[in-house]
Design a protein around this ligand. Structure first.
Ligand SMILES: [Zn+2]
Length: 475
C-alpha cells in the first residue's frame, strides 16, 4: 500500500454460491457434498446425446430470493444460454448459464468498513450449473463429476471496493446473508462459496485502469491477501513507468503471491448460444409472493437495530447476529422480559463459552429461552449473584435442568438476611480478633480479609454488600 496516495484502486468480485437443493439444477441427481466420486451422475448432467435438461424450480426460487435480498431488479422473463468452452471437468463442452437476461440486475449490498456502512453495487446475479472437480494426485489427474450440474448462483459486484480488506468483509457479509436466507451453507472450505476478484489501478481521478483477474480464491483471507498483493505489484509497475498486462492470475498460497494463469479471454470467446432445450422462465405472482415471504431482515441491518434498540455493545451484537438462529433466540428471550444488556453480556460471554464447550448453537442448547430468562430473573431479583449464576449455568448444561431448580436443590440462594449474615460473621470475628484491633487502629486492609472469610464460609452465597454493611456495624 505504498502508493495509496497516488493511485486509485478498483476491486470487483464475482462470487459463486452453491445453492443447497435436494437435486441438481437440470436433473434429478442428488446435490450432496462429500459423496463417493461419480455416484451422483446421470445422462443429463453428463450431457449424453438425447438427454434433456429440466429446470429445478427450487434452485430458481433460491436464486431469485438472493437477488431480491441484494436489492436487485428481478427480471420477469429469463432464459438460459450455452457457454461453450472445453475443459476436462465439463463433460458437455458447454455450461448452461445466463447471459442476455440474468435473473437480477442493479442491486447493492451494504457492508460495514471501519464502523461506516459502505454500499457496494451489484451488477447482476445469474444462475448456472457448476462444473465437475479435478483432483490431481501425483502424476495423475482424476475427475469427480458429482458437482457437475450443482446450482451455482453467480453474483457480480461493480468495482466499488478499493482494498483487500473490504472484499474480505463483503465475502463474510454475503456468507451470513445466504445462511440467513437458508439458501447455502456458505462454506468456503467445502467450495460452497468461491470467488474471482478483479482489480485495476490508475492515477487518482483517472477512472478504471487495466483489469487483472485473480481466479479461484477459496478463502476470504486469500481474497484479502491476493488483492493487496496485486495493489502492491501493479502500483510498482506503474511507478516504474510500465503498463499492467491484462491477464488472469492465480493466488499461490505457498509463495504468498499471485502468478500468471493465462491472458484474459473476452466474453465473446465463449460463443454463447441460446439453450434450445429449456423454455424461458417467467416469474408469476405466486412465485414473487413466495420470494417476499422468504425474505428476512439481513444480518448487518439486524446488528445495527440491536445496537440501536437495546443499547448493547457492538462486539456483542456482532456475535449475536452471526447466525440468524442466535439472533432469533436473543430476541425471543427479550420478549419474555429479560434485560437486553444483561442478556447480551451473558450470551456473548459465559454462555458462549459453554456453547463452545458442548459444540452446540444457543438455539438448540438445553438453555432454552425460558430457562435463560429464569436465570436472569434470579440475578435481577438478587436471589443469586454472578458467581453463583455461573455455577448454575454449568449444572444446567450438564444435567438439562431449570436454573431455579438447581438453586433450590443445591441451596445456592443468596444470603441477604442481616441476622443470618451476623450469625455467620460472629465466629469469624472471634477467631480473628487481631484483625479487628488493626481496623480499629485505622488500618483498613484487614477488612477485605474478613470479607473474604465470610464469602468463603458461605461458599460465595452471601450478598457482598449486605456482608459489608453488617461487618462494619459489628466491628
Ligand atoms: Zn444428473
Amino acid at each position: 500500500m505504498r502508493y495509496q496516495t497516488k493511485y486509485d484502486s478498483f476491486v470487483g468480485l464475482e462470487i459463486h454460491v452453491q445453492l443447497t437443493t435436494e437435486s441438481k439444477v437440470f436433473c434429478s441427481c442428488k446435490n450432496n457434498f462429500g459423496d463417493e466420486p461419480n455416484t451422483n451422475i446421470c445422462p443429463v448432467c453428463m450431457g449424453l446425446p438425447g438427454s434433456l435438461p429440466s429446470l429445478n424450480a427450487e434452485a430458481m426460487e433460491k436464486a431469485y430470493l438472493v437477488a431480491r435480498a441484494l436489492n436487485c431488479t428481478l427480471t420477469p422473463r429469463t432464459m438460459f444460454e450455452r457457454k461453450n468452452y472445453f475443459y476436462p471437468d465439463l463433460p458437455k463442452n458447454y455450461q448452461i448459464s445466463q447471459f442476455d437476461a440474468p435473473l437480477g440486475t442493479n442491486g447493492y449490498i451494504d457492508i460495514q468498513v471501519d464502523g461506516q456502512v459502505k454500499r457496494v453495487r451489484i451488477h447482476e446475479c445469474h444462475l448456472e450449473e457448476d462444473a465437475g472437480k479435478m483432483i490431481h494426485a501425483g502424476d495423475m489427474s482424476l475427475v469427480d463429476y458429482n458437482r457437475t450440474g450443482t446450482p451455482l448462483l453467480e453474483i457480480v459486484t461493480e468495482p466499488d471496493m478499493s482494498l483487500g480488506e473490504e472484499a474480505e468483509i463483503l465475502m463474510h457479509e454475503l456468507r451470513r446473508i445466504v445462511r440467513y436466507l437458508g439458501v447455502s451453507d456458505g462454506n468456503m472450505d467445502e467450495g460452497s462459496m468461491r470467488c474471482d476478484a478483479n482489480i485495476s489501478l490508475n492515477l487518482k481521478g483517472h477512472g478504471l485502469g487495466r483489469k487483472v483477474e485473480i481466479k479461484n480464491l477459496n478463502s476470504s483471507r486469500f481474497v484479502r491477501l491476493g488483492l493487496n498483493y496485486e495493489i502492491d505489484r501493479q502500483s510498482e509497475i506503474l511507478e516504474e513507468g510500465g503498463t499492467v498486462v491484462q491477464e488472469t492470475r492465480l493466488w499461490n498460497e505457498n509463495r504468498d503471491q499471485t502468478v500468471v494463469m493465462r491472458s484474459k479471454e473476452n466474453a465473446n470467446d465463449y460463443r454463447y448460444f441460446p439453450e434450445p432445450d429449456l423454455p424461458p422462465f417467467v416469474t408469476d405472482q405466486p412465485f414473487l409472493t413466495r420470494i417476499e415471504e422468504r425474505l428476512c431482515e439481513l444480518p448487518l441491518a439486524r446488528k445495527l437495530r440491536l445496537i440501536n434498540d437495546y443499547g448493547i455493545h457492538e462486539q456483542q451484537a456482532e456475535q449475536i447476529c452471526e447466525e440468524r438462529s442466535t439472533a432469533d433466540y436473543f430476541e425471543e428471550i427479550i420478549a419474555l422480559g429479560s434485560d437486553p444488556v444483561a442478556l447480551a453480556t451473558w450470551l456473548s460471554g459465559d454462555v458462549q463459552k459453554l456453547l463452545n464447550r458442548y459444540g452446540v448453537q444457543a438455539s438448540n442448547s438445553v438453555l432454552t429461552p425460558p430457562r435463560f430468562h429464569q436465570l436472569l430473573t434470579l440475578l435481577a431479583s438478587g436471589k443469586i449473584h454472578g458467581k453463583i449464576a455461573k455455577q448454575i449455568l454449568d449444572i444446567v448444561f450438564e444435567e438439562d435442568v431449570d436454573p431455579e431448580q438447581v438453586m433450590k436443590d443445591k441451596g445456592l440462594e443468596q444470603i441477604t438476611d442481616p441476622k443470618e449474615i451476623a450469625a455467620i460473621i460472629e465466629p469469624i470475628l472471634q477467631e480473628h480478633s487481631k484483625a479487628i484491633e488493626q481496623i480499629r487502629a485505622g488500618d483498613p486492609k484487614p477488612f477485605g480479609f474478613l470479607m473474604g472469610q465470610v464469602m468463603k464460609a458461605t461458599a460465595g452465597r452471601a450478598e457482598p454488600q449486605a456482608v459489608q454493611a453488617v461487618l462494619k456495624e459489628m466491628i
